[in-house]
Write a protein that binds this ligand. Structure first.
Ligand code: TRP
Length: 510
């Protein structure tokens, strides 16, 4: 009875800024939608190709899939379990669960750590999303220009018809020489994120997500087909799916490829940051956590792999640098649209959808931070709403401020202080990284794995077996045992060892 009331409270609380599962859909559909919305984003479309490109492809991808299966999936189940069992914000959920198990409140540190991670991710995520917004405007401008010149018939023309290939693949480079424009785009994106989180996003965004996400998938597939036909499909496939074991061995020696794969798995699934603990509330009693977790992991991984297949054939055919970092998507896909009938329309649609995918993630990022910063459930509703508005604005604006520094760190052509500043140069792991890349590495490769490590220990050792068994309700006792074994031993040991080795020992050995 008591738990029932708490749960209902918690529902309203954690969810008031996001989808309300009981409004339109069954709990399961709403949960999957919300969780996939948070998971699928720039991590899949921009970061996955970037990390795969820098680490040499196949071997990384192989490890990435192993990480998703043996680390991501069990930790995802663990986070959802903690969230549904505990209720409230992530910190509150962990506090309650620790208490009911008679354990110390120190574990709430997982929630606080998550708050720091999600906040830091937001500061650079919104800058990258600003780049996407720039490309939305660019492709709209391009098509409008073509129509203005050649009449409505131009609608069937490929994107950027009037430009040379070199020009097309250097559009992001152009943007990076315009700090003011970059900051404006970043600002617009943050303001929209704040406005949505502030008001709660019942209605609009879920409906939009429900309609847009499937269209996004179809567009991505169409683009992939076009890229496979027009690009170098063989090279793309080989790069992504053929592990080069020589390179692999070399990369293994400093553990960096393992850490990159773990970090990307956590980043892409929004794990290790208390996010899925918060979203555990979307799940109703009847829903099966393992099935939901599998669906989310599957959708997220497919989008990443398909994005890779859309991007790399073009990269190789056009002779672009596959290790070009975050710019990969922006430099290659416009070329794919350039070779596609109706490419102008497709380009607009694709970048709008990407923007949308980024928005559903950034909302979640801000939401987690605001929910934890707001404290626990037991305040009166009017006050709570006011605090949410204040929280969203204040935290959003601080993120904007740090984001400006992040944006300036990417500028090329003019000196901005931030583009030559390497804040943690004295730490071997972070040597030579400008602010945005530093925060990216710090969150994905350190803070999220650390959060995941602690979450696995909490779920495996602190939460009792009987509570976990009841909450997870696996089909068979055997699957439960496997999950528990992964949480107790495999995740902590593997993530912990890789973290210590790749982040501390190997860089020191140089
Ligand atoms: N998973 C998101 C993406 O792939 C980014 C992300 C990482 C995230 N951690 C998060 C989103 C926590 C929300 C909450 O783009």
């Amino acid at each position: 009875m008591f738990r029932g009331i708490k749960r209902a409270e918690g529902h309203k609380m954690a969810v008031s800024g996001s989808a309300n599962p009981q409004e339109h859909w069954s709990g399961r559909a709403a949960f999957i939608l919300a969780a996939v919305g948070s998971a699928v984003g720039l991590g899949n479309l921009v970061r996955f190709p970037y990390v795969a490109g820098e680490t040499g492809g196949g071997a990384f991808v192989l490890f990435y899939l192993v990480c998703i299966l043996f680390i991501g999936l069990p930790v995802l189940c663990a986070e959802l379990m903690i969230g549904r069992r505990g209720g409230g914000s992530a910190v509150a959920a962990i506090a309650r669960l620790s208490k009911s198990e008679g354990k110390s409140g120190i574990w709430t540190i997982v929630g606080w750590l998550g708050m720091i991670s999600t906040f830091l991710i937001l500061t650079f995520y919104s800058v990258l999303a600003g780049w996407v917004l720039h490309f939305v405007l660019l492709s709209i401008g391009d098509l409008a220009g073509a129509i203005g010149e050649n009449g409505l018939g131009a609608i069937s023309s490929p994107a950027f018809e009037a430009m040379s290939k070199d020009d097309i693949s250097s559009q992001l480079g152009e943007l990076l020489t315009q700090p003011v424009r970059m900051i404006i785009m970043h600002g617009i994106f943050i303001i929209v994120t704040i406005a949505i989180v502030m008001r709660g996003i019942k209605g609009g965004i879920e409906v939009a997500a429900k309609v847009l996400m499937p269209i996004f998938f179809i567009l991505l597939l169409a683009l992939t087909v076009s890229s496979l036909i027009n690009g170098d499909a063989g090279a793309g496939f080989a790069f992504l799916f053929q592990p080069d074991f020589e390179k692999f061995g070399a990369a293994l020696s400093d553990g960096s490829i393992l850490l990159d794969a773990i970090g990307q798995a956590f980043f892409s699934l929004s794990l290790g940051s208390a996010m899925m603990i918060t979203y555990g509330l979307y799940l109703s009693r009847e829903d099966q956590i393992p099935g939901a977790a599998r669906a989310v992991a599957f959708a997220d991984t497919s989008v990443a792999l398909i994005a890779g297949l859309a991007i790399f054939p073009i990269v190789f055919a056009a002779g672009l640098n596959e290790a070009a970092g975050f710019s990969l998507l922006f430099n290659s896909l416009p070329l794919a649209f350039h070779q596609l009938p109706f490419g102008g329309i497709f380009a607009i649609a694709f970048f709008i959808m990407t923007l949308f995918a980024a928005l559903t993630s950034s909302i979640a990022l801000l939401e987690v931070t605001v929910a934890i910063a707001d404290g626990d459930v037991d305040v009166d509703p009017a006050k709570r709403d006011r605090r949410r508005v204040q929280g969203a604005i204040v935290i959003g604006l601080i993120a904007f401020g740090i984001g400006v520094a992040n944006a300036l760190s990417q500028v090329s052509g003019v000196e901005t202080f931030f583009n030559t500043w390497h804040p943690l140069d004295f730490i071997p792991l972070f040597e030579g990284l400008v602010l945005l890349d530093l925060i990216d590495q710090l969150t994905a490769n350190i803070l999220l794995p650390l959060g995941g490590f602690l979450t696995a220990i909490f779920a495996g050792w602190v939460v009792s077996g009987s509570a976990a068994r009841e909450e997870l309700n696996f089909n068979s006792e055997r699957t439960f045992k496997i999950w528990r074994f992964l949480c107790r031993w495999v995740c902590p040991l593997f993530v912990g060892l890789v973290l210590v080795y790749a982040a501390i020992i190997a860089p020191m050995l140089g």
